[in-house]
Design a protein around this ligand. Structure first.
Ligand SMILES: Cc1cc2nc3c(=O)[nH]c(=O)nc-3n(C[C@H](O)[C@H](O)[C@H](O)COP(=O)(O)OP(=O)(O)OC[C@H]3O[C@@H](n4cnc5c(N)ncnc54)[C@H](O)[C@@H]3O)c2cc1C
Length: 469
């Protein structure tokens, strides 16, 4: 059985890896439009060793998805290259938001929940009472925005100051449009079942059966992450170490890589034919698509317009990422960085303090994220690198009071980079799968458009897909 994989980002590479793991004799061709693998993952090492991450920078070790990634890292022999940030490091304990024209430290410990901390008007613990006394909605809700959900249960301050900036940080999105099932499906179900999130959580604690069935993954690296109290981690040469190593292993095990080869046409007849921009035509028994739903939709619009329309519903947002390096230690507080509340109506989503996260002791390295859901309110398709840099520096000067020019910088436009799981996303996925099953298309989907936008989710979705095939 031969397989064509569309896309050489983390999704496509993980799919190739897991298919080979399942059947080492798999005949796989991976098709990638650009001249490199990794997709949005790009770690740019500067002459002095500073790494400018242009896309993702850290991975979470927790939960079944986190453990699965750690198992993969072990299998790839990358464990010794891990660089972890422990839970007691300032980059883990000091996360800030920018609201009401000021930076505020977010509560990071159990005791801090009992204190009143700006911009909140009450201690966060008191909001639990609101959840307990607010009844279940009169009519069962199938899905709603994550902002509406938390506001209904905990009040608008949690919606505005916690959830909205958090959604900006995770997917550059607007919490008022993103589905509650994107991040809080478990809490949403608890509310629907028990009438309150707090009551639902207490019920789960008491339910020994539920605890017994908890999926407790185990591997040595996962255990190490617990023993050493990792909060997040990267690799000593940056996150790109992961796709690079996956490529190496897949190539060594027989996967053929068609680089600089954009898929321009698909036909699902007895055999699947894949047309490439370099003029080649591939035939295979199965097709795995790890490219974005938007890109796949464009390939299906003529022959499968109904499926294409469902895929088109999964929109993406565009970001500009500006890495800034100052060759001196500037007076900014240690911490992970800050996220901006959308109410501030600024062109930035947030700023990450790389020098604190990755211990650049004699320098200040920052990453400024611009745009996301609000990209076209502030920029357009012709905005130049200089303009992005100017906006980033103006924001940094205004918020962090750093008004000098950087010694080094890099600007990157990430067009249509992050999929948005808006209200109804999960139901839309069911319709997509129903269409594929009904037409018996030998098409399998993975990548960040479907079952989670983070690195762990993408790897897990590739593994689940390989298991199901
Ligand atoms: C700025 C930013 C910051 C992020 N930060 C984090 C983070 O800190 N932690 C975290 O866990 N996650 C983070 N993420 C998410 C993470 O980067 C993604 O989940 C992951 O990289 C997506 O991988 P993918 O393979 O699904 O897609 P992609 O990386 O988009 O890969 C798809 C590949 O398909 C290729 N392609 C597209 N169309 C075609 C075609 N027609 N023919 C052939 N090839 C094609 C593309 O060139 C690309 O290489 C971040 C994302 C961004 C953009």
């Amino acid at each position: 059985m031969s397989t064509t994989i569309l896309g050489g980002g983390l999704g496509g590479l993980s799919a190739a890896y897991y298919l080979l793991k399942k059947d080492p004799k798999s005949v796989i061709t991976l098709v990638e439009a650009s001249n490199r693998v990794g997709g949005w993952i790009k770690s740019n090492t500067q002459d002095d060793g500073v790494i400018f991450e242009q896309g993702p920078r850290t991975v979470r070790p927790k939960g079944p998805q986190g453990a699965n990634t750690l198992a993969l890292i072990e299998e790839l022999d990358l464990s010794s290259h891990i660089k972890a940030i422990p839970t007691y490091h300032p980059a883990a304990t000091k996360r800030m938001i920018y609201a009401n024209s000021k930076l505020h430290l977010l509560p990071a410990s159990f005791t801090s929940l009992f204190k009143k901390q700006t911009p909140f008007s009450k201690p966060l613990i008191s909001l639990l009472f609101k959840d307990v006394i607010t009844g279940k909605p009169a009519v069962a809700i199938k899905d709603e925005s994550i902002y509406d959900f938390v506001t209904r249960r905990f009040g608008t301050e949690v919606g505005d100051y916690l959830i909205s900036p958090m959604i900006c940080g995770i997917c550059g999105g607007d919490a008022k449009q993103i589905s509650v099932k994107f991040l809080m499906e478990g809490l949403f179900e608890k509310e629907q079942k028990h009438g309150s999130i707090t009551r639902g959580i207490i019920a789960s604690w008491l339910n020994k059966e539920e605890k017994k069935n908890e999926n407790k993954p185990r591997n040595d690296l996962y255990q190490r992450s617990i023993n050493e109290r990792w909060n997040v981690y990267t690799f000593d040469n940056g996150i790109e170490s992961l796709p690079k190593r996956l490529e190496e292993v897949c190539r060594a095990n027989g996967t053929r890589f068609e680089m600089d080869a954009k898929c321009t046409g698909l036909d699902f007849s007895a055999k699947i034919t894949t047309e490439l921009s370099n003029g080649r035509v591939l035939t295979s028994d199965k097709l795995i698509s790890s490219i974005s739903a938007e890109n796949l939709s464009a390939l299906l619009i003529n022959k499968h317009p109904d499926l294409a329309k469902l895929l088109q519903r999964i929109k993406t947002v565009t970001l500009a990422v500006v890495n800034l390096q100052f060759n001196e230690k500037l007076p900014i507080e240690d911490g992970f960085g800050f996220l901006v509340c959308p109410k501030e109506n600024r062109p930035i989503l947030g700023v990450i303090y790389d020098s604190c996260c990755f211990s650049y002791t004699d320098k200040t390295v920052l990453t400024v994220m611009l745009g996301g859901h609000w990209f076209y309110d502030h920029f357009n398709d012709n905005t130049s690198e200089e303009e992005f840099l100017h906006v980033a520096l103006t924001q940094v000067a205004d918020i962090l009071k750093i008004d000098q020019l950087p010694d080094n910088y890099k600007v990157n436009l990430l067009k249509n980079a992050i999929p948005q799981y808006t209200v109804g996303h999960k139901e839309n996925l069911e319709l997509i799968q129903r269409y594929i099953d009904a037409k018996r298309l030998k098409l399998h989907l993975c990548g960040s458009s479907y079952h989670g936008v983070g690195i762990n989710d993408v790897i897990m979705s590739a593994r689940n897909m390989a298991d199901e095939i």
